[in-house]
Design a protein around this ligand. Sequence first.
Ligand SMILES: NC(=O)c1ccc[n+]([C@@H]2O[C@H](COP(=O)([O-])OP(=O)(O)OC[C@H]3O[C@@H](n4cnc5c(N)ncnc54)[C@H](O)[C@@H]3O)[C@@H](O)[C@H]2O)c1
Length: 383
Amino acid sequence: MQPMTFAIVGCGYIADSYRACLPFHQDQLRLAGCYDRDAERLAASVRTWGDPAFASLDALLADPEVSIVVNLTDPENHAAVTRAAIAAGKHVYTEKPLAMTHDQAADLRDLARSHAVRLAAAPCNLLGECAQTLWSAVRAGKAGPIRLVYAEMDDGMIHRADYRTWRNRSGKRWPARGEFETGCTFEHAGYSLTVLAALFGPVRRVTAFSSLLVADKQVLPPLDHPAPDFSVGLLEFDRGVVARLTNSIVAPYDHRLRLVGDNGTLDVKEPWDYASSVVFRPASTGRLARLVERKLGAAFGRRLPPVRKPLFRPGRGLPTMDFLRGVAELAEAIASGRRCRLDEDFAVHITEVTEILQYPERFDRPATVKSTFQPIEPMEWAR
Ligand SMILES: NC(=O)c1ccc[n+]([C@@H]2O[C@H](COP(=O)([O-])OP(=O)(O)OC[C@H]3O[C@@H](n4cnc5c(N)ncnc54)[C@H](O)[C@@H]3O)[C@@H](O)[C@H]2O)c1
């Protein structure tokens, strides 16, 4: 396949992580340039990476070379930028969430269809070696039929962390205000939800609770509309699996994903890391095994061999995830005319479930999920 040309809109904190992954996709992707409406931020990115800058969003959208617009603006600006790109006839890959409400997300899906362009959304950790290994183990029945999932997305006590010092390679600060006003559920739930939905089908019902536990996160001036910093939801999947998903930025860091089957559990410590292992822990059935489990916890397990050696390993200035793998997936899907694994139906569904988790008061309790998506295929190399 000829590399497909893309352009980045929004040169903020995460844009450097996308840019750092470009060397892994030279065969699939070519970067035409980037744009940020903040001239200083744009200049800092150009200085760091040496990429061409577009003079305006209109100039970027008018460039016939650009096939895919990668929308890395902050969530409040996602819908406007995505809408403009679709109207200009561009395919769009957007950072999550696709939009801040299910209705807005569904409008973008319909707009993309009416313009015959593709729309896809992050996160793309589902396409990583860790998630694909987990999925392969589930298909093979390694832990028996999966009944229950515990998914933790506690991102640490952010309000106590020195987040004011966090900067990316081109010097941009971590956008604390935006993160706290968007909410950790909208920021992070998708990393578990996309994996679980691919494995177990659409979510049919959600029973959720959310709360703002630390209203003052020491941001100056104070936050205009702080979002809930804790949520917990019980998700009932199409195929009968039940999951408890917790999101917070007030509890200590814990990203464990545990799939409980009749024969044991499949555990992932860090779904944000493509190289993270999948561990199988057999069910403790005998008296001795149960005693050991009570005393030592779930200490014993066996690492499953990954479905392929991770192509991407964090370190050396790289993030823990290959952020461009989703863009490459979209490019390949466009080039071959196949469906994209992170397509607009999937993104609308993830947005709807996320909105229910973060703002349960907007819905019935339990909430019936309206959106759905067709089954997703594992990666070719993981089948
Ligand atoms: N910060 C993280 O650790 C992180 C991690 C993974 C994903 N993300 C996601 O990445 C996205 C961006 O996050 P971020 O942390 O880089 O935010 P950020 O606030 O640092 O950067 C957003 C950039 O978009 C620019 N922008 C906004 N509207 C624009 C417009 N209309 N035209 C051009 N530029 C525009 C802003 O000037 C800003 O530089 C979010 O969706 C977030 O959820 C962030």
